[in-house]
Design a protein around this ligand. Sequence first.
Ligand code: COA
Length: 386
Amino acid sequence: MREVAVVGIGVTEFGEKWETSFRNLFVEAGAMALEDANMSGDQIDEMFVGNMSAGRFVLQEHIGALIADYAGLVGNHIPATRTEAACASGGLAFRQAYTTVASGLNDIVIAGGVEKMTDVGGSVTTDALAGAADREWEGLVGATFPGLYAMIATDYMHRYGLTREQLAMVSVKNHANGAKNPIAQYRKEITVEDVIRSTRVADPLRLLDCSPVTDGAAAVILCPMEMARQFTDTPIRVLASAQACDTISLHDRRDISTLDATVAAGKRAYAQAGVTPKEIGMVEVHDCFTIAEICAIEDLGFCAKGEAGKLTEDGQTALGGSIPVNTSGGLKSCGHPVGATGIKQVAEIVAQLRGEAGARQVDAEIGMTHNVGGTGATVVCNILGV
Ligand code: COA
């Protein structure tokens, strides 16, 4: 296997983008990534696009060819493929791109993700997202994503004594980071009181415990490390890209407060990179709901089970803490255009490791991403280093 580097990144502003079409969102991110890598589109050998549900959100399928066409990449008739694993669709695109470059099949590959979720009403969005769980045994009996994660939160709080305040602190910290991120959907600081008093969505989760509904796109360009300095002075190495799966239904899990697929993908990534959690300087985890960040910190080995609430309360996951978590603002504040999230996480780590993260810059040489599909049926973890 060849060593692989990320040489270009591009992320659109996240939010409600009425003025931009689905296809143009991706083209914007892809053009930024090409410019960042000082290369032109005709140098690309292959493209993977993470997208969960364009068929429901914008009534469009056949996303690989559509995006290649509107990005001006059809001249060389390159392979262009959509990857789908619900909210881990972007993570999957990155892993496919990594695999094809590492294997020697291709030299320059673009991995992107795009979702435009706000063109339909809230009930369509909630129903489309419910398709990431088990439609027959969960969706059809009324289980929504906030509902499923509320069950995890209830179980976790009961067993490990996590307080309502500690849960809120996850959101407060992520909003503080997002307020420093120019592309974030909700660039505003909030308090524990704001979270606890926000509208109840699915008890115990409140509005400010939930990631929002978002439009956005992100793209990164990978190539073999030996070619990387042709394109950038600051290539970032891909030290690991690992994936794991688990049961699609929450009720079939061994333990609903531990995502076994996170544990498995994390262990595989650490083994591949030859590092331990102690050597990771920062991590972007999949905080689709505040409880998801609490579970992720533990399942990835940054603290023991039951201790993530205290770690958060002590400020260890904030900027300047021992393990900064979600410096981008995470899904909660930066936003969660589901197919794009896994790629935005990689772009955030690359920006941080290059020292280009502005007011949210942390001191790290190795960073990790954690992207979850559904309630943990698919997990992709990547580790990147300078
Ligand atoms: N965080 C902060 N503010 C939010 C928000 C969020 N998650 N969601 C909505 N808002 C704000 C809106 O900006 C709006 O503010 P305004 O009145 O000042 O304009 C207000 O809250 C109401 O927005 P609205 O769009 O009507 O909210 P909603 O009730 O339709 O949706 C949720 C709120 C939580 C149900 C929705 O964001 C949601 O479904 N989130 C989860 C998405 C999800 O499951 N993703 C997949 C995870 S695996």
